[in-house]
Ligand binder design. Structure first.
Ligand SMILES: [Cu+2]
Length: 238
């Protein structure tokens, strides 16, 4: 962070161009005549498999296995793609939180392995009787890094910046999780058929992002009309 002089002579705080600032304040209120964005995220490419070879703690972590790097249904729908609107300053209230956002280490997997959470607190919990070292990154920059040597240990961290956080474990190189941190409540995680719905969107033009860990993100414009659904098919590409 550095200070620069504004034209009015007042010192204002500026952030380096490559570093996003803290979450903007989102103004929650009543939306009248909102529209809905609904649709499906698809992937038509080849599904690559990832071979997992646990080399320690196998009694907890399990054996060698293969997992798809993207979950694609028979009709090409992508499960667990995050879809969200960027830079929305005002709109519907946040949904009531069922519980505090949490990332569990369970049998050397992250549970959930993909989630969308609001900026704020994340609890990281070790459910295993082995050491995990949970390490989250915004790109290459560490977001949090914590050793959890004990079963049922719980450490909380603050994710103050919207964006993608990749989570690794420094003790088990194959562990991988994804957290999409958002600063407005216009987001959805696709279901097993690749479908999503984002409701009560104030009419207007938006930037929409769809992202999955194997394909990366795709960004597109979307126009929402009062009281109507806007239907999208979003194709992720590798
Ligand atoms: Cu681990």
């Amino acid at each position: 962070m550095k200070f620069i002089k504004s034209t009015t002579g007042v010192n204002v705080i500026a952030f380096a161009a490559m570093v996003a600032g803290p979450a903007q304040a989102y103004d929650a209120g009543t939306v009248t005549g909102g529209g809905t964005i609904e649709g499906k995220v698809v992937f038509n490419g080849a599904v690559r498999m990832r071979k997992i070879i646990p080399n320690k703690d196998v009694e907890v972590c399990g054996g060698i296995r293969e997992e798809p790097m993207i979950e694609v249904g028979p009709d090409k729908g992508v499960k667990d793609a995050a879809v969200y609107l960027v830079g929305v300053a005002k709109g519907k209230p946040w949904p009531p939180a069922a519980k505090k956002p949490e990332l569990d280490n369970v049998k050397c997997r992250f549970v959930p392995d993909v989630q969308i959470i609001p900026t704020g607190t994340l609890d990281v919990v070790n459910k295993d009787p082995v050491l995990h070292n949970t390490h989250g990154y915004y790109g290459k920059r560490t977001a949090f890094n914590m050793a959890l040597p004990n079963q049922d240990q719980d450490i909380s961290t603050e994710l103050t910046q919207p964006g993608t956080v990749r989570v690794d474990c420094d003790a088990h190189g194959w562990m991988e999780g994804w957290i999409y941190v958002v600063d407005n409540p216009y987001y959805a995680l696709t279901d097993a058929d690749g479908k999503f719905t984002i409701a009560d969107v104030p009419p207007g033009d938006y930037d929409l992002v769809a992202i999955q860990s194997f394909t990366g993100p795709i960004k597109q414009k979307v126009t929402v009309v009062a009281g109507k659904p806007t239907s999208l098919t979003i194709e992720l590409k590798k």
